[in-house]
Design a protein around this ligand. Structure first.
Ligand SMILES: Nc1ncnc2c1ncn2[C@@H]1O[C@H](COP(=O)(O)OP(=O)(O)O)[C@@H](O)[C@H]1O
Ligand SMILES: [Mg+2]
Length: 494
């Protein structure tokens, strides 16, 4: 299981990927707060004046004695009486001036530096010069030292405080750390699966394949299948399913997942599309009546569709569209309805029986398992179920979904891991051997990771190795005398 006590770069990236909205909210809130604070602070200006303290001739005082003798001058500048006098002369509050005045004689120096910090640039310079004048007058009575202004204060052009850029930078850093911390904290309570082995342990089912995260998926099913990595993964899945179907015939396959957005519709459509490329007649049914998506994804009108067939408003044949995808692909889209359970429970099984009589394979896109019992209802009516799991899914959701399927004794063929991180799963490119009747060429395949022992890697049967114009068959040898598979090309009843 995921060790949720360890925090490394992978955990931080995962937490940010999964909780990016929360992290962004925390970052913006904290950063904006710091910036608002920085800009609410009043501007302060600093003016500096330098007074040189020189030993008077024939007094025996050396320049090296000045830093020590100068301490008297430092005390004079900051004395309440001096401050009060200057404050009165220039018309500022004596406490404000007292708080803003500083003076020192650096070690080894003969210069007395007076600094004044106030909120108005001009008053700041005036106050600094007035204090310097006070020092010069004070030195007139001094037998040992002469004071002379060597660098008068000028009116500062920009504020010295607050240091808004520094505050902003520090605020950004603090906001980032807090955002990561909050994302990590939220994620700590929700351990997630990362590897095939973890998924197999949690669900009790084999991981049949991995579909990488890819932008091509958003451009439609054809684009996804054209993507070497996504298309390769779907074709590999088709091969594995075909192999599994030999153990026991699979004519109806439900594609489901624990929660919405894991890729059920994408996988159901691309798998059906991919099987149809093998000259099989495939019926793809959108049975997610609450959130249908196949009509939109495949560019079909949603009506008449599954809802109308289930209500008896039209026949199956009237709801089927052959307008999307390859020749062998037929689709029953649907519009959405609120009351779905009874509709499905009452009539879906009859519809499936009819569909199996007319098509080689029926692929059903279902609602999420944890959103109600529609999906398990459908699962009980199908020969097999494929679970789609988004990489990084919460362990609890996954185990609840697997339990829901086992409670109705659905035949789960296995899990398809979707949206995997490409590099971490070791996808690579290599040259592959092809079946005898295909032109050899370079083809990317899913390859590098050694599959765990519980992942089924099937030989490709002859039934799925026919040369296809737009398809690339998986790279394995032709299996002599292959038994019937789910592609239905060699169906037992034919
Ligand atoms: N492997 C993938 N890479 C990138 N985007 C994906 C992938 N799989 C699915 N998606 C996108 O995720 C969204 C949800 O997918 P969908 O198939 O509709 O999920 P579900 O049917 O489980 O709710 C869609 O926009 C889809 O394009
Ligand atoms: Mg869907």
């Amino acid at each position: 299981m995921t060790d949720n006590t360890r925090v490394g770069p992978a955990e931080i990236l995962d937490a940010l990927r999964l909780r990016w909205r929360l992290a962004a909210l925390v970052f913006v809130a904290v950063f904006a707060g710091v910036l608002a604070y920085a800009y609410s602070l009043p501007n302060e200006y600093t003016a500096k004046v330098i007074v040189s303290l020189t030993p008077k001739p024939s007094t025996g005082v050396a320049a090296s004695d000045v830093p020590q003798l100068g301490q008297e001058y430092v005390a004079y500048v900051t004395a309440p009486a001096t401050i009060a006098r200057v404050a009165g002369d220039i018309g500022v509050d004596r406490t404000t001036l007292g708080d803003g005045v500083g003076a020192d004689v650096a070690t080894g120096s003969v210069n007395l530096t007076i600094k004044v910090q106030l909120r108005t640039p001009r008053t700041t310079a005036v106050a600094a010069n007035a204090l310097a004048d006070q020092v010069v007058s004070f030195a007139a009575d001094d037998k040992l030292i002469t004071a002379q202004v060597v660098s008068p204060a000028t009116v500062p052009t920009s504020p010295s405080k607050p240091r808004r850029k520094l505050l902003g930078g520090a605020g950004g850093l603090i906001a980032l750390i807090l955002a990561i911390a909050v994302a990590l904290l939220v994620e700590r309570g929700r351990p997630r699966v990362r590897s095939s082995v973890e998924i197999a342990t949690v669900t009790g089912h084999d991981v049949l394949g991995r579909v990488p995260l890819s932008r091509s998926v958003r451009r439609g099913i054809a684009a996804a299948l054209d993507d070497p990595l996504v298309g390769g993964a779907i074709r590999s899945l088709r091969t594995v399913l075909d192999h599994q179907a030999r153990v026991s015939a699979v004519r109806t396959l439900a594609v489901t997942s624990s929660v919405p957005g894991e890729g059920k519709s994408t996988v159901a459509a691309s798998l059906a599309w991919s099987i149809a490329h093998l000259d099989a007649r495939v019926l793809l049914i959108d049975a997610d009546l609450r959130h249908p998506s196949l009509a939109r994804v495949l560019g079909l009108p949603p009506k008449p569709g599954l809802v109308e067939v289930l209500r008896g408003d039209c026949t199956l044949a009237q709801a089927v569209s052959g307008a999307a995808g390859p020749d062998g692909l037929f689709v029953v889209p649907t519009s959405g309805v609120a009351e779905t359970g009874d509709l499905l429970a009452r009539n879906f099984s009859t519809l499936l029986t009819e569909a199996v009589g007319q098509y080689d394979v029926v692929v059903i896109d279902t609602p999420p398992l944890l959103a109600g019992d529609d999906s398990t209802t459908i699962a009980t009516m199908c020969d097999a179920v494929l679970m789609v799991v988004t990489s990084g899914q919460q362990i609890r959701r996954l185990s609840d979904a697997a339990r829901a399927l086992s409670a109705v004794q659905a035949r789960v063929l296995g899990v398809l891991l979707n949206r995997t991180d490409v590099p971490s799963y070791g996808y690579t490119y290599r040259t592959v051997s092809r079946s005898v009747d295909e032109t050899p060429r370079e083809e990317p395949v899913v390859a590098a990771e050694q599959p765990p022992s519980n992942v089924v890697v099937a030989p490709v049967p002859a039934s799925v190795q026919r040369p296809q114009p737009a398809e690339t068959a998986p790279a394995t040898e032709v299996e002599a005398g292959a038994v019937p598979g789910m592609s239905g090309l060699d169906r037992p009843n034919e």
